[in-house]
Design a protein around this ligand. Structure first.
Ligand SMILES: *[C@@H]1O[C@H](CO)[C@@H](O)[C@H](O)[C@H]1NC(C)=O
Ligand SMILES: *[C@@H]1O[C@H](CO)[C@@H](O)[C@H](O)[C@H]1NC(C)=O
Ligand SMILES: *[C@@H]1O[C@H](CO)[C@@H](O)[C@H](O)[C@H]1NC(C)=O
Ligand SMILES: [Zn+2]
Length: 512
């Protein structure tokens, strides 16, 4: 017998089995903390317990020595027939084969088909949880399992403990209730091991919340005082309950059905990715452009990037942010604009370098409007770096300028000599509906001109982040001062604008 039990445990084991406890609950009451012992098929554990009690030879059906335990005849009628049960376990359980074989071998031990009086079946069938998590095909490094059990289970446990204590007081040292392995803990040992055998590590936990209920015994806890004073403190003070509801049976009565798995919720921690994007299209907003709930443009930068990313990480949603943003009609060239995305409930949390490159490529080929580079997984904290000191960063632009009066190359050459030009920019009219009215000082660090023809030239600018370049060119009805019209002493307008670089050194560039 490989169970770590001692002679003094014998009366306890005997008493618990007779009372209708399942094999795993017996281990709990015997304070067995060897996780592997719980993970064996319950028929095997039961057989070992019987060997432990009577020696390996005579272990037939003498478990049910008193009338408290489940009558084998009744139980077979009430529960699934053994064959069906064996099949169920083959289908669902991780070690289904072993379990089914053991079920066949131990078919005579009908005891196992009884619903445990203490755990109400929670430790008897746990493959549903396992299955539900596997259906979602999560990839994860570790599992954080939270289990919600019906409150009456702790009353049952207490009642069973009293029952055992009464019996064994003289024969063995007092069984301390604190030493009993908590039901939730035993359940986690069982489920965690079967779900998370595929992967190791502690990088990105999957949070699984499991909730059980057992309506037939809900009335056990209808005691008003119990509901109000004990349940709400979220702590099991069963002695208080037992002293109020004196008529609670001890040991607890045999239930006819198991706990029902009410729901399982799986949530994987967010994964964060970052990169830089180019935008080559003058009719693409950065985020979905909605007016009164109506879409104005068929797509957006974030949606074009998000679609392949969500499918690669099998995430449920995303949250997009970037280092500044460009207008719908502005292109972003050069090395692109840094962006980051929070991926919500990703079913896959890691992509290796090759997968990441493939993802980047699938974004690149999905549309000719955008491209992405330096795509990488980052930490939540690292995302903050993108927004850090954003105002101090510089951006470079190229603007196509139109002049009302004809110009010669010499007329605009002086512009290149202007350095560190401070602008007073009143909030532009076009953004006044979403930004507070204020005068902001921004610096144009340097400019350069490239003459095109009598009415057109290219203006290259290096500015402080947050400078409104369009307003600097046309003046915004005098709201930006000085402006290009003032400098050239003629009306000018901006026909096209490109962002040439966003000088933020995050995320780190990736060597191809
Ligand atoms: C147990 O069963 C026997 C015979 O079936 C019966 O005489 C006895 O009263 C029962 N004991 C209890 C506690 O029900
Ligand atoms: C998206 O990010 C913002 C800002 O960080 C945050 O307030 C919001 O809760 C996030 N949304 C989701 C769905 O996580
Ligand atoms: C995607 O496009 C960017 C920008 O042109 C380029 O730097 C990057 O190498 C491309 N990546 C892949 C995998 O195609
Ligand atoms: Zn049990």
């Amino acid at each position: 017998v490989m169970l770590p039990l001692k002679d003094k445990d014998k009366p306890v084991v005997q008493k618990l089995l007779s009372a209708g406890c399942c094999a795993r609950c017996v281990l709990r009451f015997c304070c067995v903390r060897v996780q592997a012992a719980y993970r064996r098929p319950q028929q095997e554990i039961l057989k070992d317990l019987q060997d432990f009690l009577h020696g390996p030879e005579k272990n037939q059906c003498d478990v049910s020595t008193d009338n408290k335990s489940c009558d084998p005849v009744v139980s077979e009628a009430a529960a699934d027939p053994p064959s069906k049960r064996a099949k169920l376990e083959t289908d669902l359980s991780d070690d289904g084969q072993a379990e089914a074989a053991a079920a066949a071998a131990a078919a005579i031990i009908t005891e196992t088909h009884c619903v445990c009086v203490v755990c109400l079946g929670v430790l008897q069938e746990f493959s549903d949880t396992d299955q539900a998590v596997k259906t979602e095909k999560y990839e994860f490094d570790s599992l954080v399992l939270s289990v919600s059990l019906p409150a009456q289970l702790c009353v049952r446990e207490h009642s069973c403990w009293l029952h055992v204590k009464k019996e064994v007081r003289e024969k063995s040292p007092l069984l301390d209730k604190e030493d009993i392995v908590p039901l939730k803990e035993a359940y986690k040992w069982l489920v965690q091991s079967t779900i998370s055998t595929e992967l190791g590590g502690v990088f990105s936990p999957l949070e699984v919340a499991v909730e059980f209920s057992h309506n037939p015994t809900d009335s056990d806890c209808e005691c008003h005082l119990y509901q109000q004073t004990i349940l709400h403190k979220n702590k099991c003070k069963c002695w208080a309950f037992m002293s109020v509801c004196r008529h609670y049976s001890c040991p607890p009565t045999q239930p006819s059905s198991s706990c029902v798995l009410q729901g399982i919720q799986c949530l994987h921690q967010s994964v964060f990715i970052a990169g830089r994007y180019n935008k080559f299209c003058r009719s693409l907003p950065q985020t979905p452009w909605l007016i009164d709930g109506e879409r104005r443009m068929e797509s957006s930068v974030e949606e074009l990037i998000a679609a392949p990313v969500l499918s690669a990480f099998r995430a449920n949603g995303f949250n997009f942010s970037s280092s500044g943003r460009e207008d719908v009609d502005v292109r972003t060239l050069g090395n692109g604009r840094p962006f980051a995305m929070e991926l919500l409930n990703p079913h896959r949390a890691r992509l290796n370098v090759q997968d990441m490159k493939q993802l980047q490529e699938s974004i690149n080929v999905s549309s000719d409007k955008i491209r992405v580079r330096d795509l990488q997984i980052v930490s939540r904290e690292a995302m903050g770096r993108m927004k850090e000191g954003e105002e101090e960063k510089t951006k470079t632009y190229t603007a196509l300028i139109w002049t009302r009066k004809p110009i010669k190359k010499e007329d605009i050459a002086f512009i290149s000599d202007i350095k560190e030009l401070t602008l007073d920019q009143k909030t532009p009219l076009r953004v006044l509906h979403r930004r507070a009215l204020a005068v902001r000082q921004r610096v144009v660090h340097s400019m350069n001109t490239r003459f095109l023809d009598a009415h057109h030239f290219h203006l290259e600018l290096k500015t402080q982040a947050g400078t409104y370049v369009k307003e600097f060119v046309h003046g915004d009805f005098g709201r930006t001062k000085p402006n290009l019209c003032d400098l050239l002493k003629m009306d000018t307008d901006i026909l096209e604008l490109d962002v040439e670089s966003v000088d933020v050194d995050w995320p780190p560039s990736i060597q191809e």
